[in-house]
Write a protein that binds this ligand. Sequence first.
Ligand code: H2B
Length: 143
Amino acid sequence: MSSTGGRVSGSNPLPSKCEPCSRSAVPLGADEVEGLLQALDGWYLSPQPQTLRSAKQPNPDGLKKSFKFKDWSTAQTFVNALGQEAEAEGHHPAIMVEWGRVSVWWWSHSIKGLHKNDFIMASRTDMLAERADGYKPLKPKTP
Ligand SMILES: C[C@H](O)[C@H](O)[C@H]1CNC2=NC(N)=NC(=O)C2=N1
């Protein structure tokens, strides 16, 4: 991708590409997670969907965001684009598709927690959505 990753604005702490993540990497701590969440728009920590939870493994919260689309077909096209980007990086989200809505969770299975790569991919997910046909961004809240 030619973009720089993260928000389009000036002080973006997120690089555009994932870093190598070994199984021995340590999940980000709560303070680091809070800091990186500030760099993202509309993403929040959320439990994994029930169907993905394992009785044998810890189930860390993921980074979650839902994206609205004008219909099923545009939602599906966005999911395909996201899937290709994920496969190219070797880092894969959980995705739920509904009519007009796609929900995305990022976390790092290998370290059973959150890694900087999850934040990088969350930011790239936003960029893909912004260019996707039929995407309906939420209107900014007015105070
Ligand atoms: C072997 C392969 O690269 C790993 O299993 C990758 C695949 N995709 C992945 N995706 C995510 N989100 N977390 C991982 O730990 C992960 N591991």
